[in-house]
Design a protein around this ligand. Structure first.
Ligand SMILES: NC(=O)c1ccc[n+]([C@@H]2O[C@H](COP(=O)([O-])OP(=O)(O)OC[C@H]3O[C@@H](n4cnc5c(N)ncnc54)[C@H](OP(=O)(O)O)[C@@H]3O)[C@@H](O)[C@H]2O)c1
Length: 254
């Protein structure tokens, strides 16, 4: 008989961007699925709040506040995670930012800020966790990309290019590490109402543009991103690697 229960019992998961709108949904779902979690973000207070909610939920977890754009931070995070949990079965890279600007106005500072967290730190976390997974000949990595890795959206030269980079990074790592039994995939959401996008939707014209562009006629909810991430973390996705799973309500069909 086939088992259809998506469980992460006895699995350890490292999640960056855990305190964000999408990150917290992933944390909550993976905790409910039985995983032991190591959660991170920049803001200690937010992490403490999330930690309390996980305690109330009975989820075994550890947390660490750090700025992943600082040199050596990715390795430090993975080292501490291994110290606390001994192994990393699943890595979810969810930390990210967006700074909207017309291409002709993008400053070097904003370009670097976006690429530094969205792509560079993601690579070095994958590398640090990947070395451990290579030794164990086992692991799953799920990178949170965006539909903007596939489709262009105005005011997002830095953001779209960073997410297209995430998609290609995912494919290269999948190719190089498949021989070590490591699956590397990405989940690429359409717009989700989170602290990242809240202000954008104060602009009624922009909100209309977004809703008109999504054939399903609505934005995604954070948990609708968390479920595909959970699926990719389980053994049911063992044959899937190098895949960028669009969760875009159909935006990219057109
Ligand atoms: N929301 C959307 O519509 C949407 C659509 C497609 C893709 N995405 C992607 O989904 C991911 C999560 O987005 P979200 O909407 O949940 O954003 P969010 O609510 O703004 O959360 C962002 C998360 O990233 C963390 N973070 C930011 N800069 C960091 C740094 N320098 N070092 C370590 N952690 C850092 C934040 O930590 P602190 O809060 O502690 O600073 C927070 O946990 C991002 O990669 C985003 O690009 C979002």
């Amino acid at each position: 008989m086939m088992n259809t229960n998506l469980s992460l019992k006895d699995k350890t998961v490292l999640i960056t961007g855990a305190t964000g709108g999408i990150g917290e949904a992933i944390v909550s779902l993976m905790g409910s699925a039985g995983a032991t979690l190591f959660i991170s973000g920049t803001n200690e207070e937010k992490l403490r709040g999330l930690s309390q909610r996980l305690k109330d939920q009975g989820v075994d977890h550890h947390f660490k506040a750090l700025n992943l754009t600082e040199s050596g931070a990715a390795q430090a995070l993975v080292d501490e995670c291994l110290q606390k949990m001994e192994r990393i079965d699943v890595l979810v890279n969810c930390a990210g930012i967006n700074r909207t600007q017309l291409a002709e106005d993008v400053t070097e500072e904003n370009w670097d800020a976006v690429h530094s967290i969205n792509l560079k730190s993601m690579f070095f976390i994958c590398q640090a966790a990947g070395r451990h997974m290579i030794e164990r000949r086992s692991g799953k990595i799920i990178n949170i990309s965006s539909q903007t890795g596939t489709v262009a959206i105005p005011l997002r030269a830095a953001y779209c290019s960073s997410k297209a980079g995430v998609d290609q990074l995912t494919r290269v790592l999948a190719l190089e590490w498949s021989k070590y039994n490591i699956n590397v995939n990405a989940v690429a959401p359409t717009f989700v109402e989170t602290p990242m996008t809240k202000k954008m939707f104060d602009d009624a014209d922009f909100k209309k543009y977004v809703l008109d562009s999504i054939p399903l006629g609505r934005m995604a909810k954070p948990e609708e991103i968390a479920y595909p991430v959970l699926f990719l973390a389980t053994e049911y996705a063992d044959m899937i690697t190098g895949h960028v799973m669009l969760v875009d309500g159909g935006w990219t069909i057109k």
